[in-house]
Design a protein around this ligand. Structure first.
Ligand SMILES: Cc1cc2nc3c(=O)[nH]c(=O)nc-3n(C[C@H](O)[C@H](O)[C@H](O)COP(=O)(O)OP(=O)(O)OC[C@H]3O[C@@H](n4cnc5c(N)ncnc54)[C@H](O)[C@@H]3O)c2cc1C
Length: 164
């Protein structure tokens, strides 16, 4: 879906696949430095690339500009009954389904659960007061910069700047 290459993250595989004599792996001998492979999406704009598939899909109904405002539950907050939706122009409606998937992203998932607080008051699914806690970004520090000798200094990705 993301239009990447082979689903293979072995450095040796890619070294052979690109078959370029000017691109070789560094001869790390200590085992303290590891090669890793990243693959970049072109990127893919899902709305354009998959528009027809979404329109044709029997079981998918896409609603753009429809913001989930509240997760409604039964009285003991064990079952989701409907999602209340609002558009920026003020339309309000609800969506009912047998099953719901909460997929609004790392921050909004927590916010939506916490603001859905008719029952229980602490927020839906927040019985242990943990929803939204322990948010983690990618912590990183500039720990070193490595300048490789001329023969190895071909690729800016070989500049090791960050330590995770
Ligand atoms: C700057 C940046 C760079 C990243 N780079 C990488 C990378 O290189 N490789 C990698 O693997 N991951 C990367 N990530 C992480 C990756 O993007 C996320 O892990 C992934 O997109 C999460 O997917 P998701 O479907 O859970 O949520 P999202 O992709 O965030 O999708 C959530 C969707 O819900 C919609 N939404 C939000 N709130 C509501 C609401 N109330 N009602 C209705 N819809 C709503 C949003 O509009 C959005 O379309 C990056 C993230 C960021 C922010």
């Amino acid at each position: 879906m993301l239009q990447r290459g082979e689903n293979n993250f072995e450095p040796a595989y890619w070294e052979a696949a690109i078959n370029r004599p000017d691109v070789r792996r560094h001869p790390y001998s200590t085992g303290k430095v590891r090669d890793t492979i990243s693959q970049f999406s072109p990127p893919v704009r899902f709305g354009k690339v998959y528009r027809k598939q979404l329109l044709d899909a029997k079981h998918v109904h896409v609603m753009l500009f429809a913001n989930a405002l509240n997760i409604d539950t039964d009285s003991d907050a064990r079952t989701v009954t409907k999602i209340d939706i609002g558009t920026i122009l003020g339309r309000r409606f609800s969506v009912r389904a047998k099953q719901f998937v909460l997929a609004t992203g790392g921050i909004e998932n927590a916010r939506l659960l916490l603001s859905s607080n008719k029952v229980p008051a602490a927020g839906f699914g927040n019985g242990n007061d943990l929803v939204g806690r322990y948010f983690m970004d990618h912590p990183r520090i500039m720990s070193a910069k490595v300048n490789f000798k001329k023969e190895w200094a071909r690729n800016k990705l070989y500049d090791i700047k960050y330590h995770y």
